[in-house]
Design a protein around this ligand. Sequence first.
Ligand SMILES: NC(=O)c1ccc[n+]([C@@H]2O[C@H](COP(=O)([O-])OP(=O)(O)OC[C@H]3O[C@@H](n4cnc5c(N)ncnc54)[C@H](O)[C@@H]3O)[C@@H](O)[C@H]2O)c1
Length: 309
Amino acid sequence: MSKANVKKSNYKDIKIVVTGGAGFIGSNIVDALIKNKYEVHVIDNLSNGKKENINPKAIFHNVDICDLKKIKPIFKGAKYVFHEAALPRVQFSIEHPIEAHDANINGTLNVLLSAKDAGVKRVIYAASSSAYGDQSKLPLIETMSANPKSPYGLQKYVGELYCKLFSQVYGLETVSLRYFNVYGPRNSSEGAYALVIAKFFKLLKEGKPLTITGDGTQTRDYTSVHDIVRANLLAMTSKKVGRGEVLNIGAGRNFSVNQVAKLISGKIVHIAPRLEPHDTLASHALAKKLLGWTPEVKLEEGIEELKSL
Ligand SMILES: NC(=O)c1ccc[n+]([C@@H]2O[C@H](COP(=O)([O-])OP(=O)(O)OC[C@H]3O[C@@H](n4cnc5c(N)ncnc54)[C@H](O)[C@@H]3O)[C@@H](O)[C@H]2O)c1
């Protein structure tokens, strides 16, 4: 366990734990919390995350969320928990269902138990639009039945159910934010499971053609990490959530993979299709009602930001 030099006097007297704080979304949440002068503890085993993503003002615990004994003491005195740690790739979960189950379900149970036992006020859970799977209608709204199409989608959905159960049975405040295809700074472009925008930028830099699975007509609701971070901070303080609500956090506009490739520009090549839902599109009416959240970053702007990095 390594500790950064934290000058406590500069901080609000509020401790927050962010699991997965070395990862893409978690590290962006950590930066926003540090900016707002919270005392932030990061739990991450660096399986996907990077040490250099971790804000130097955060206190880093290099621990696996599957190790209940080791994570429990870290939650002592914490008021809020952002649970971002997961093995978050659809394809990985299809090939390695047990490893994914351990991190995504057993790890989530450990985080909830630790939070409850420490008297945490609220857990904000990183849920996923993959819980929807294929639906016959768009936009996707929270009242639709979950229909996951991968172990990952199922595991993230079980996490939501656990959150709600902990609110009902133990009185722990929870809220689940179903993120839709998140992109932005620090989005990993590594490995076979990288998400499309980060992967396209990597290929572009390497002078290679952009690889599109299938015919590229499949659409996704791409959501900027800046909007995701804002939703998380609102979910921490909103008085209208805390009883296991599930809220879509998606931009509410969908683009085909072909359109994304065109925005990024570069040559394209089509490869074999994957087993995946054809379309996603979020209704964010509930997030607007309960959090006062609406998306602010348009995909065109988000892609320009990435081009400038
Ligand atoms: N990126 C997206 O588009 C998206 C969409 C929907 C939901 N989500 C969810 O958001 C969260 C963050 O995703 P991300 O894209 O930042 O992924 P990421 O892989 O960049 O971050 C996840 C972090 O969790 C850590 N981690 C994994 N297993 C762990 C374990 N057992 N113990 C401790 N740390 C562990 C990793 O090292 C990594 O730093 C995940 O829960 C994911 O399911 C992401």
